[in-house]
Write a new protein. Structure first.
Length: 236
């Protein structure tokens, strides 16, 4: 059993079903990516994992425990943390205050000083601008802050939704390099990303979601060579 297991989950919004029996299994300490086209259910799967959406069928297991019906704040306190699409920062609060908000659960508060040092070592620009309002940062800096706030929650599994969305390529490269540093801290990562080639290039393992279920999975380097992945997602 992996650190995070999603077993045959179906879910959606209202009467609209988005996931049709999706299953993934994450090995602890590994970098994973979840790729696929627009509207196939990637964000829905993340929201189901963290508890923002309840599964209609199937289950979510975290560290050997069925967490399917635990509230989102309980799962976050256990170490299941989401960096949401669109950053969702507190724009009128300072960089430091946003980071402080990330360490809201008791487990994270006890390690706040150590995690803050790690963050400032990883993102020195955030250290320079810790007194600046988050809303005045550039897009790339805001995305750095969103990831850093997630790390401040002391995650065991960090789910990141659309890291590169709307950013210049040079900023995307910098953020991906920093994900490798998180990987070195043995944080298990599940990255949802439309930049399929880059996501697979830095990951250990990949999942391809199509029409609400996992169509392909395997070591990321193998998926990069897979003819279907190359044709459907890389334009090759």
């Amino acid at each position: 059993m992996g650190i995070l297991e999603v077993r045959e989950v179906t879910s959606g919004y209202g009467d609209i079903q988005i996931l049709w029996g999706a299953s993934i299994n994450l090995v602890a300490g590994k970098m994973n990516c979840l790729v696929g086209g627009n509207g196939v259910g990637k964000t829905t799967l993340l929201k189901t994992i963290i508890g923002q959406i309840q599964p209609w069928k199937g289950s979510v297991w975290f560290e050997g425990q069925d967490v399917s019906h635990l509230p989102a704040y309980t799962r976050a306190g256990m170490g299941l943390v989401l960096v949401p699409e669109g950053r969702q920062l507190f724009t009128d609060m300072s960089v430091y205050e946003n980071l402080e908000m990330g360490a809201g659960n008791p487990r994270a508060r006890a390690l706040m000083k150590d995690n803050l040092e790690r963050i400032f070592d990883m993102f020195p620009r955030l250290k320079e601008r810790q007194g600046q309002k988050a809303g005045t940062l550039s897009g790339g800096e805001q995305q750095m802050l969103a990831v850093a706030r997630g790390v401040m929650a002391n995650p065991k599994v960090l789910l990141i939704d659309e890291l590169s969305l709307g950013l210049a390529p040079v900023l995307v490269l910098h953020l991906f390099e920093n994900l490798k540093k998180l990987h070195d801290l043995e944080i298990t990562i599940l990255l949802v990303e439309q930049n399929v080639q880059m996501a697979l290039a830095i990951s250990d393992y990949g999942f391809v979601l199509s029409e609400g279920k996992i169509e392909l999975e395997g070591p990321a380097r193998q998926l990069l060579k897979d003819p279907h992945v190359r044709a459907a997602y890389l334009g090759l």
